[in-house]
Ligand binder design. Structure first.
Ligand code: ADP
Ligand code: ZN
Length: 435
């Protein structure tokens, strides 16, 4: 049964006691099997037996992406390859890929975590679900597939792309639930509008979107254009993919599957834990995975954690929307800028579509930000005067809210490449030595 009330609504003290027990087991597991961890723990002077309370997790050393790259492909694997039944890998857009191996039991856990996610989002076994995450090495495709199969849904594995076919299938199969990245959902919505297919009239009622940052404004936009509830999924390859955190009917924060993952937030500079409710870098330790457990993995994702009584009854800690990634953060005139801030300001402007890109250029010694955003068709057709007027309006809106001067270029409809997976929001055009 996907809705595991006993686990998901446990009193916090009980969750934490379970986490301590599983953390000790995991630390012991990797100390015996992975030389990297054995060495790191020895240098930090910590062993499994020293972990007595949940706060002791802070004594363990961090793991970073480069550790995974240095040990590529299987140096951090804690089981022999014969016990590994699947290997995923991250796209490696920022360098050498990293791998994500699973034992058979890890795969079962994944299915369970995903099925919980779906149940909380309102998905039921009788639903037809269309999975438009890319199938392949990317964890999105098979992860969502696995979870929906575990739940017993009717799964349609369209993978990403072939947008018109997605729309035909949404209609013909009576799809109830769509899985995709938020940016691809918007691409589908837009194509459907062009084809005069009213998605709001179809049986489609739920979307589960993740794998990239999106703002609350973008969620509202997708909900309105598709006539659905847009729910969230969060995860990363290093932790086994999606299924780490999920939205519930309250849509007011992402519950972390705390019996599988221990979450912390630290100051990204000092690496000291910050109090609950404060923003910082999200850190995860996997508590039950066996092929490649992660100890205090630095996600580079910025958010905050908080506990509150949730309308859904779950006691799992919540995290806010991911504000941005430390490596997507730009510093413009001394101000930290995340694409999500620009996105939410653009969503306030009715003359534009939420299709945008941010170009970073060097102007003299300074970094300059150029925001390209698509005009709505009628605005574009109104000519240059209207264009300048809207550009000035957006510049003033950004200046007024963030205190930075950016250049805004209103571009013609369809100028920006449509996303089928993770949208590319930032294009760094600075010479290499300045990046
Ligand atoms: P890659 O993009 O390198 O192939 P992953 O698919 O593992 O690797 O990407 C994981 C990252 O995707 C997370 O660290 C986070 O930055 C982003 N991500 C995943 N889900 C969400 C979400 N719901 N909201 C914001 N960002 C997300
Ligand atoms: Zn909830």
């Amino acid at each position: 049964m996907p809705w595991n009330k006993k686990s998901e609504c446990m009193p916090v003290a009980q969750i934490q006691a379970l986490q301590v027990e599983k953390l000790k087991e995991t630390v012991e597991w990797v100390t015996k099997r992975v030389p990297f961890y054995k060495k790191n723990f020895k240098e930090a002077g910590i062993k499994a037996a020293d972990i007595k309370g949940i706060e002791d997790v802070a004594k363990l050393p961090f793991t970073v992406k480069n550790d995974l790259r240095d040990n590529y492909p299987f140096g951090l694997c804690a089981v022999p390859l014969k016990d590994v039944v699947r290997v995923h890998a991250s796209s490696g857009t920022t360098g050498k890929p990293i791998t994500g191996p699973y034992t058979a039991d890890d795969l079962d856990q994944w299915g369970e975590c995903m099925a919980r996610n779906f149940h909380a989002a309102g998905v039921r076994p009788e639903h037809v679900v269309q999975n438009a995450y890319g199938y392949g090495l990317f964890t999105g495709g098979l992860g969502f597939h696995q979870g929906a199969t575990t739940m017993g849904c009717t799964v349609v594995p369209t993978s990403s792309g072939l947008t018109e076919r997605q729309i035909t299938i949404l209609k013909d199969f009576g799809t109830n639930v769509l899985f995709s990245t938020p940016s691809y959902a918007l691409t589908i919505a837009e194509r459907a509008e062009e084809l005069k297919v009213d998605l709001k009239k179809l049986p489609l009622s739920i979307g589960i979107f993740g794998a990239e940052p999106w703002t609350a404004g973008m969620r509202a936009e997708i909900e309105a254009r598709m006539g659905i509830k847009a729910m969230e999924a969060y995860g990363l390859t290093e932790l086994g993919g999606p299924g780490v955190g999920f939205d519930c009917e309250a849509q007011s924060g992402i519950h972390i599957n705390e019996d599988y993952y221990l979450a912390e937030v630290v100051d990204p500079i000092t690496l000291e834990p910050v109090p609950l409710g404060e923003k910082g870098e999200l850190i995860f330790t996997s508590l039950r995975r066996r092929a490649m457990p992660m100890i205090r993995y630095r996600t580079k994702d910025i958010t905050r954690l908080y506990r509150e009584k949730c309308a859904c009854g779950r006691t799992f800690v919540k995290m806010d929307k991911i504000f941005g990634r430390t490596d997507d953060m730009l510093i413009i005139s001394g101000v930290n800028v995340f694409p999500s801030q620009i996105e939410s300001l653009l969503l306030d402007i009715e003359e534009v579509e939420p299709q945008y890109r941010m170009l970073v250029r060097k102007k003299g010694y300074l970094d300059q930000l150029v925001v390209q955003v698509e005009a709505k068709q009628e605005v574009y057709a109104a000519g240059d005067r209207k264009k300048f007027e809207v550009e000035a309006k957006i510049m003033a809106h950004i200046k007024g809210n963030m205190g930075i001067s950016v250049e805004v270029n209103l571009v013609e409809p369809k100028f920006i490449a449509r996303s089928e997976g993770k949208a590319l929001r930032v294009v760094d055009e600075r010479p290499k030595q300045f990046r």
